[in-house]
Design a protein around this ligand. Structure first.
Ligand SMILES: [Zn+2]
Length: 326
């Protein structure tokens, strides 16, 4: 496999509701004043601030600002010491047709890192966040929530699993060209073999995880994969914010987020997905989606919830593997 197999030396071959409903939460909380338990909240906030600064000119795929953002994330990966998923490094370039401008193609670069699992390394979780955004037009679209927040959360998730090795392997994908039509993730899924797809137990996708202003984060996936509901409910019962199920049924029209971000190509190809994101807000896809709109305590709660979810999924997948082996 391009992503896990080569760098980690893994052999993947031959291995094996309708409306918004709060999952039960027993943790009362006030959104303010939170000390993170699963990550370094100063570092996360710093990373969010940097990646959503004017320096990256809105991170639009194909622009200099986007390439600088990619290089900045790559430097953070190198600094963290996490392994690249491919032998030749973190970068996974791709080219795709540009349907808006057929004379041009979309050229972008995903960044992919991986940590080898301790007990079931042939099985992998793929945790993702896109780093591109809309560029500059009537102002710079800095995309603090969309999706510098997911990138910062993913970097913290990597740090957590470096200190707390996962049972399954974890692939960490920083996707490009999501805003061009979910192109980077689609290109990755297109390059996976059948066996590789079978060995990805789930895609956990993060897109817009900062603006949990009402203390709420949505989990999309239980409608498609009911076996995930107990995992979501377990995390919801312990999480430092309200983890809600919703935005996942076809009757909701555009409020059905099942295909709204990089989890879509995974879902289409039959891979389980769990997407985490906040409710749309007034600054969505506007130049006003800025760092100073982010409530640091809400963001820290959200990242802790992301990492708790990743851990719960790792436990659940490992259990599933061990049950299958018996
Ligand atoms: Zn997004």
């Amino acid at each position: 496999m391009k992503y896990v197999l080569s760098a980690l030396g893994l052999c993947l071959v031959g291995c094996s509701s309708a409306s918004v409903e709060p999952a039960p939460s027993t943790v009362p909380f006030n959104i303010e004043n939170y000390t993170a338990e699963y990550h370094d909240q100063d570092r996360a906030l710093d990373n969010l601030k940097t990646l959503s600064s004017d320096e990256f000119e809105g991170r639009k795929t194909g622009t200099e600002g986007n390439r600088r953002a990619m290089a900045w994330i790559e430097a953070r990966l190198r600094e963290s010491g996490v392994s690249p998923a491919k032998k030749d490094g973190y970068q996974a370039p791709f080219t795709a047709p540009n349907f808006d401008a057929p004379e041009n193609v979309i050229e972008g670069t995903n960044l992919v890192a991986a940590i080898r699992g301790t007990t079931t390394p042939r099985t992998a979780l793929l945790i993702s966040a896109h780093y591109d955004h809309l560029g500059a037009a009537d102002g710079i679209y800095n995309g603090a929530d969309d999706n510098a927040s997911g990138v910062a959360a993913l970097l913290e998730t990597i740090a957590w699993f470096q200190d707390n090795p996962p049972q399954n392997s974890i692939i960490f994908a920083f996707f490009d060209a999501e805003e061009q039509g979910i192109v980077g993730s689609s290109s990755m899924v297109d390059t996976l073999s059948t066996t590789e797809k079978e060995n990805i137990a789930i895609n956990l996708n993060l897109d817009m995880v900062a603006r949990a202003d009402k203390g709420e984060l949505y989990a999309v996936g239980g409608y498609h994969f009911p076996e995930l509901i107990p995992v979501i409910e377990d995390v919801a019962s312990r999480a430092p914010l309200k983890l809600l199920r919703g935005h996942e049924t076809p009757d909701l029209g555009i409020d059905d987020w099942s295909f709204a971000s990089d989890h879509a190509p995974f879902l289409r190809s039959g891979i389980r997905i769990l997407y985490l994101g906040v409710e749309d807000h007034a600054d969505y896809h506007r130049p006003s989606d800025e760092f100073d709109k982010v409530n640091p305590a809400a963001f820290a709660r959200s990242i802790d919830t992301v990492i708790m979810t990743a851990e719960a999924l790792d436990d659940w997948v490992a259990q599933e593997q061990s049950d299958a082996d018996q």
